[in-house]
Design a protein around this ligand. Sequence first.
Ligand code: ATP
Length: 282
Amino acid sequence: MQQTSIINPNWNFEDMGIGGLDSQFTVMFRRAFASRVMPIEIVEKLGIQHVKGILLYGPPGTGKTLMARKIGQMLEGREPKIVNGPEVLSKYVGEAEANIRALFEDAETEYKQKGEMSSLHIIIFDEIDAICKTRGTVNNGTGVNDSIVNQLLSKIDGVDSLNNILLIGMTNRPDMIDDALTRPGRLELKLEISLPDENGRLQIFQIHTKQMHDNDMLGADVDLKELAAMAKNYSGAEIAGVCRSAASYATNRCIKFEGKVEVKQEMIKDMKVEREDFMRAL
Ligand code: ATP
């Protein structure tokens, strides 16, 4: 029996480098992908369509882009196309609409040739709020925003037999998005990606210090649990930033910079990122 999408046999959630989002990833898989890994005959017997769109929303730096990209690694298929909402916009009339149409072209061509056996085309739309503002709210008198929203909706709906696309929209401002975009059949699965809790922060610290740890460059006095407890309200991106800064403090101990640069070779071989570096970074 053939499937529309095949799970990459080398894929493993643990290796994805995403901390604290296991439950969101599970929901996303179960809701949006279960039908895609079923044999086509079963999907046909059920008479259902695959989920075509997901909206990931939440504060900046919480791993929305990371999560969207990792889906592409989970399924054997094409590399996701990543577009940034504001980049689609254009000062030339009609060009934004044409940009949106172009995004779907490859998927449409392949679907015409291969039907259900076409590979999955994932389109990741960062800052989707920039192009899908609630219609009628952009008061520039041109109706340009409305026409862009309509174009995107018609691309999602117009391809109702096109079963090989998945659109993942991301936003920090779900309140600004036109409701029509998140109706069933469109970006129907809405998932909040919020700031990590303490356990999530611990996982994120583990991910971003793994290399230091494996290469014996993490000080014995570094207690990641302590750091996770201290980093309350930090996003994943901020935790990654803390680890980068701590490493930079450690490297700076080995460098003298007074008018000229002097690398203290004798210190490099024992260099470690210590607790005090993380404290400063935090
Ligand atoms: P924005 O809304 O600003 O676009 P985002 O939610 O899409 O932000 P990402 O771009 O995915 O955030 O995160 C930026 C970087 O922060 C990631 O590449 C990764 O290094 C780190 N990061 C963020 N969240 C996590 C996480 N949950 N686990 C591991 N690393 C994370």
